[in-house]
Design a protein around this ligand. Structure first.
Ligand code: NAP
Ligand code: HSE
Length: 434
């Protein structure tokens, strides 16, 4: 039982989607949480931007303020939970909280991916926790497994569906032939999307999560700018239909691997064989596929976005840091002892899907094939669809160097028989479990 008199007070920075989920879970599970923690957890203050907005959080009206710094500084706040998002003022508020000896829980992947090392140092110097499980893949426990459960293993590769909004959009486009803009509006209404949804569809959000995972997996410092990134904006209905016909699905993947002692991190849409475990991850679900030397393959699956799934991860962290606070302890630190050397995207070796609009006339296929061959890219499969005087060539290459593929694509655009290079996507067949 939690001692009746022991209370830890939470200052919530943000009372939006995630803040609402956190408040509801803390209220609904209050008794069990108190027993598990060893103290009652109470929200004593909530910072919001707009005090006039009607809110349905299970907290007294008196806790709201638009002065976020006052929440951090308040004597009646023991733990700061940052769910406001953005780099500033969130970063300054977190550093201020840590410097004053208050543990911080955050869901802010953008901030952790860009300023992680400075924040870890601030937490270390202050001797308090900085926890950010909710920053990657919503409800899925993945930060703690990487930092603690797999600490004795060597991780070689992580491949994940790290953004709920884009997975939701791609799933509905694939299964219903739904319109991109309409599905994006639904994802926003469901609370999956970022305040600026271009962060989701442009791959920035997944890249931030990929940077955080790569840093933890490879004991180094990978920041957002280190991650190669392409979004889903240019994925067309034709690409999705073609992928389906050839036995693939299109997913926005975040991939972090160690190749020849160098770290490779990338986020982009890719053809994934329908047989791959990640191919069946639908809707707002996320999944992280981890390959480790001793453990082998592990897959973590769950809801990657939304108020309560994300709230679950935040509350788990709050309980963790509260337990440590009660014991005067700290959780596991990040280890960043290995120097980072990045592998450039041009050195990537993978397969590619190329869709060409071509003239429907003799000799075009030979001209195209010669162009691939001239640039050391070998074609594995080719199909032709045609109507009247136009035709489309669909090509899947063997594994090739990205730099060579790019040169090929530039050269293809100059061929007389090629009207346009309609699409180029990577094909991720590596490591597929039969
Ligand atoms: P949100 O719904 O837009 O909520 C943000 C909250 O912060 C709002 O209550 C807003 O006040 C408040 N706020 C923003 N700037 C403020 C400021 N300067 N001073 C005081 N209050 C301020 O965002 P969210 O979806 O909950 O996301 C919050 C964080 O969680 C972000 O870092 C996001 O990346 C992360 N995250 C979100 C999800 C998800 O599924 N939504 C999942 C994982 C992680 P008003 O209400 O007055 O505008
Ligand atoms: N906008 C994010 C997503 C929220 O769609 O995955 C979870 O980080």
């Amino acid at each position: 039982m939690a001692p009746d008199d022991k209370v830890l007070r939470i200052g919530l920075l943000g009372g939006g989607t995630v803040g609402g989920g956190v408040a509801r879970i803390l209220a609904r599970e209050a008794e069990d949480i108190a027993v598990r923690t060893g103290a009652h957890l109470r929200i004593s203050r909530v910072a919001v931007r707009d005090l006039t907005r009607t809110r349905d959080l299970p907290v007294p009206d008196t806790v709201y303020t638009d002065d976020a710094q006052a929440v951090v500084d308040a004597d009646d706040v023991d733990i700061v939970v940052e769910v406001m998002g953005g780099l500033e003022p969130a970063g300054t508020l977190i550093r201020r909280a840590l410097a004053s000896g208050k543990p911080v829980v955050t869901a802010n992947k953008e901030l952790v991916a860009q300023q992680g090392p400075a924040l870890y140092r601030a937490a270390h110097d202050a001797g308090v926790d900085l926890a950010y499980e909710a920053a990657v893949a919503g409800a899925i426990p993945i930060i703690r497994p990487l930092k603690e459960s797999l600490a004795g293993d060597r991780i070689t590769r992580i491949m994940g569906i790290l953004n709920g909004t884009t997975n939701y959009i791609l799933t509905r486009m694939t299964e219903e032939g739904a319109d991109y803009d309409a599905v994006l509006a639904d994802a926003q209404a469901l609370g999956y999307a970022e305040a600026d949804p271009t962060a989701d569809v442009g791959g920035h959000d997944a890249a931030a999560k990929c940077a955080i995972l790569a840093s933890l997996a490879f004991d180094t410092t990978v920041t957002l700018d280190d991650v190669f990134r392409e979004g889903i904006e240019r994925v067309t209905a034709t690409d999705i239909r073609t992928a389906d016909r050839l036995g693939y699905v299109i997913k926005l993947l975040g991939i972090a691997s160690e190749v020849d002692d160098r770290v490779e991190t990338r986020v982009h849409p890719a053809f994934l064989p329908k047989t791959h475990p990640l191919a069946s991850v639908r809707g707002s679900f996320n999944a992280v596929f981890v390959e480790a030397d001793a453990a082998g393959e592990l897959m973590f699956l769950g809801r990657g976005a939304g108020a309560e799934p994300t709230g679950s991860a935040v509350v788990g962290d709050v309980i963790d840091v509260a337990r440590n606070l009660l014991q005067g302890a700290r959780g596991a630190s990040e280890s960043q002892h290995r120097a980072k050397e990045l592998r450039a995207i041009e050195e990537l070796q993978t397969q590619y899907y190329v869709l060409l609009d071509v003239e429907d006339e003799a000799g075009v296929l030979a001209e195209v094939a010669r162009c691939f061959g001239d640039h050391d890219v070998s074609i594995a499969q080719v199909w032709q669809d045609g109507s009247e005087d136009t035709a489309q060539l669909v090509l899947i290459t063997h594994r090739a160097r990205e730099g060579d593929l790019r040169t090929t694509v530039s050269a293809l655009g100059t061929l007389s028989g090629v009207r346009s290079v309609a699409s180029v996507l990577r094909v991720e067949s590596e490591g597929v479990t039969p």
